[in-house]
Design a protein around this ligand. Sequence first.
Ligand code: DC
Length: 222
Amino acid sequence: MPKKDFIIVAIDGGAAAGKSSTSRALSKHFNLMHVDTGSFYRATTVKLLEAKVPAEAGPALNNWLSSLKLGTHIDGTSASIVVNDWIPDSSIRSEKVNANVSHYAAIPELRKFLLDYQRNQARIAREKGFAGLVMEGRDIGSVIFPDADLRLYLYADPAKRAARRAAEGLTDSIEKRDAMDENRKTAPLSVPEGATLVDSSELTLEEVVEHVSQLVSEVQAQ
Ligand code: DC
């Protein structure tokens, strides 16, 4: 029997490391609200490109941020961001967004704007009666929820990740994005201190989910 009535699971890792599939499986199995923070940066990138706001700090970005209205839409166990009344669709996974998202995600002002929104997802998950929150991204265990009950870092070697994307029929600049995400000044992608590293290079999704589910069960029982 779980002793904890609410847990936070933070999952970080590079592009196509298997974060979304793993998070979705955990969310269903443990009734955790699933939040994919990459989709936040992707959705804002779609809108910033549409508004022709350059990927740099400055008045254009500040003006845009000051008129930004964010909401949350819950579908099953997944919560998605709503940007100015728009519920993001598959356009957030386009090649254009893949090529631009890391540039916008490196801007401290945008990250700061999304910080409270991300932390607030835990409150929403509690209010909606979930048994916890599973949040995936690049800085969840390091910046957003450094005190999460479980902090995981998913790793898979780049060739395996490129093959996964190709199998999904998607073109993605995985290594380029990783390099930008790892080298930016604000909240770079890194293995948070004390996080559990899971190398999925030689594992199937089922094996990863089984391993990680065991870790979640242990945390719930503490
Ligand atoms: O997880 P993803 O590949 O959909 O994320 C898209 C981009 O968003 C990624 O290249 C970097 C950025 N991102 C971030 O900077 N911080 C997060 N917590 C999540 C994503």
